[in-house]
Structures are given as structure tokens and as C-alpha cells.
Design a protein around this ligand. Structure first.
Ligand SMILES: [Zn+2]
Length: 358
């Protein structure tokens, strides 16, 4: 039994050792049969292939084309149907390599880098990455439930990212401020707020409009259970009118960085990981897109260790993303309410691209 269990222990005809590097991942998934079997196994783990369109399990498999014909709705379907890969002409092999890379590259991966690795254009690579980030966002841990709880410790903190808004075209900047309501836009900074549940070792982070008391405390109220020990810095936003709801304590960052267990070092660590990725790989992330990069970093952070503190392997992280892609069956249109095939180069201000280094 290999460590990753589910994924790389299948009775695949062309077994290779679990990929550990980019090159190995490319080689591993370059075999169309292996990529296909792999995706099929994740999508229909019990082997019972069900039509993604009508839900009926009566079909015949056309081996030469790796697709099924559904007897109920009389349509063909592939393993990509009803997933974010559905309307993309990019093969499973390339998609899987991309999933592998983004799930495991500590500092992220630029669209230039991915384009070169896969032999696709930078634009195509960029759209692939954005779709994968959407999947990662879907996994944001327990979005519907609150974190913390009696006896639990949660760190809450915020950080400022970028400064590119000032360089934006005037009309675009105004639209940005109007649509997004980002007060940070005026100062050229975007605010990201984050919370770390120390017991679960999980972070929840999001782009927020400003650092007003109302904004920040609302996030805490929405996300953190009653009775949680909440640790923050001594920003006014947190120090006033907080104690009625949580057991709250704060640390003065300038004087004593750490006050026993009362500190936000865990969040500081997360911010430095996020900023390293943003600086190193994504040179100029526009505020529009920042939330996707935050989601990506949150995904990798939350999938570093399991609840027992065991290190999660690259293969497992990859399987997690792939299961979400194939299991949730969300299309890109479902996720965004619009379609954006890689063939449609972005136009206008709404779909501006991230500038990345060559
Ligand atoms: Zn059908």
C-alpha cells in the first residue's frame, strides 16, 4: 500500500511511481490511457459510470475515443463533461499536470511557466489556472460552518497587499472603487483579512473592503463561534466593543510581539507565504483577481497537514483537487455565471489579465 492510498495505487495498466517533480508529473499524465483511467477512477469510484447529463447508468463505452454513449439521452459524454474542463479543448493529461502543479507549488506557478511546461499559450495557461483556483475556492474550509468554539483559539489579523490601483487608468480605478467598494483603492492597497483556527490548523481568508471596526467585527461574528478565544493585534477595530461575544485578548505588536499564547504569529506566517507567492510568481496581481490568489494560498495552507499533524503528500493534495473537480461536477459557467473559453482572449477592463514575468 502506498502512502497516497486512493490515487496512485490503482490497478493502472501503465503503473509508474508516484510523480514527485514537475517533470515526473508531466511524464506520468502524458500517457492518455493513464490520465483517462485516473480521472475515471476519481469520478466514478465504484466503477458504475453514470451519465452526467441525465443520471442514467445505461451506456456503452467507445474505447477508441474514450467516451460513452448514453442510451437514455442519446448523447455522448466524456469524463470531462459537467466539470470545469468541459468546454476546454485541452486534454486531460495537460489539465492534470496543471492541477498537480498548482496544488503543490509552494509559491504558486505563473501562466508563463505553466504554458511552457504544457506547450500551450500563456493565455490558455492563465485561464486554466483561474479555473483551478475556482475549484480551490470551493474547498475553502467549512465556509458554511463557524470555526473555533469553547476552548478553541483563533487568531484574527489583516494585511495590506499591493499598491497597483494607483497606477490604474482613472476610469478603471473609479469603476473599481464603485463596484468593489474598496476603501483601500484610495490608498492603493487591498486589504486581506484572515483567521486561523489553531486546533484545526486551518485558515480562512478573504479580501475585505476596509479595516473599519464594523467590517472586521462582522467577519468575526459571522465566522467564529461564541466562546472562542480570539487573539488579535491591538488595532482599534478589535479593541473596542469586542468582549461581549468572545473571550478576546490582543497583543501590542510594537511592544511585545508575543504575550504567552496571545499572538497572531500563525496568521503572520500565512501572510508571509501569501506575499512570497505574490511577489515571486505573480508580479502584478490586480485587486480584482487577488481573492483568487488568496484562495489558492489558503488551499495549499489548509492542505499541508491532516488533523493528526501528519504531512499531506503532493499526491494527496493533487487527489483532493481532482476529486473536487470530478466529484462536484461544477462547470466553469456554474462557478462564475459566465463562460470564458480559453479561445476567447480577455477584452475590456473586466477580465484584465495578471501580468506575470517571463
Ligand atoms: Zn444521459
Amino acid at each position: 500500500m502506498c502512502a497516497s492510498g486512493i490515487v496512485f495505487c490503482m490497478d493502472a495498466p501503465n503503473s509508474l511511481p508516484e510523480p514527485k517533480t514537475l517533470q515526473e508529473a508531466i511524464t506520468y499524465f502524458a500517457d492518455p490511457d493513464r490520465a483517462f483511467q485516473f480521472a475515471k477512477g476519481l469520478r466514478w469510484p465504484d466503477g458504475n459510470v453514470v451519465c452526467p447529463r441525465c443520471g442514467v447508468a445505461k451506456n456503452s463505452f467507445i474505447k477508441t475515443r474514450r467516451l460513452w454513449f448514453c442510451y437514455a439521452c442519446k448523447k455522448q459524454f466524456t469524463v470531462k463533461v459537467k466539470t470545469i474542463m468541459e468546454d476546454s479543448p485541452i486534454g486531460l493529461d495537460k489539465w492534470m499536470t496543471a492541477f498537480w502543479l498548482l496544488a503543490n507549488a509552494k509559491n504558486g506557478i505563473s501562466s508563463h511557466e505553466l504554458g511552457r511546461a504544457l506547450g500551450v499559450t500563456q493565455t490558455t495557461a492563465w485561464f486554466m489556472l483561474q479555473r483551478i483556483r475556482e475549484v480551490m475556492k470551493g474547498r475553502k474550509f467549512g465556509n458554511t460552518t463557524k470555526i473555533g468554539g469553547s476552548g478553541s483559539e483563533v487568531e484574527a489579523d489583516e494585511t495590506f497587499v499591493g499598491g497597483k490601483v494607483r497606477n490604474m487608468h482613472k476610469a478603471r480605478r473609479q469603476r473599481f472603487v464603485k463596484e468593489e467598494g474598496f476603501a483601500g483603492a484610495a490608498t492603493g492597497k487591498t486589504v486581506v483579512h484572515g483567521m486561523l483556527d489553531r486546533n484545526l490548523r486551518q485558515v480562512r481568508a478573504q479580501v475585505v473592503p476596509n479595516v473599519k471596526r464594523e467590517t472586521l467585527q462582522n467577519i468575526l461574528l459571522k465566522n467564529i463561534k461564541y466562546g472562542t478565544k480570539v487573539y488579535t493585534d491591538d488595532a482599534v477595530a478589535y479593541t473596542r466593543d469586542m468582549n461581549w461575544r468572545f473571550v478576546h485578548d490582543f497583543v501590542n505588536k510594537t511592544e511585545s510581539y508575543v504575550k504567552g499564547r496571545v499572538h497572531v504569529n500563525g496568521m503572520e506566517n500565512f501572510w508571509s507565504l501569501l506575499k512570497r507567492a505574490l511577489r515571486g510568481t505573480y508580479v502584478a496581481v490586480e485587486p480584482f483577481h487577488l481573492s483568487r490568489y488568496v484562495d489558492e494560498q489558503v488551499f495549499r495552507y489548509n492542505n499541508r497537514k491532516d488533523e493528526e499533524g501528519r504531512k499531506i503528500t503532493d499526491a494527496e493534495r493533487f487527489a483532493t483537487v481532482m476529486s473536487d473537480v470530478l466529484g462536484h461536477r461544477l462547470t466553469y459557467s456554474d462557478l462564475t455565471g459566465k463562460s470564458d473559453s480559453p479561445h476567447h482572449a480577455p477584452t475590456g477592463t473586466g477580465t484584465a489579465q495578471v501580468k506575470e514575468p517571463l
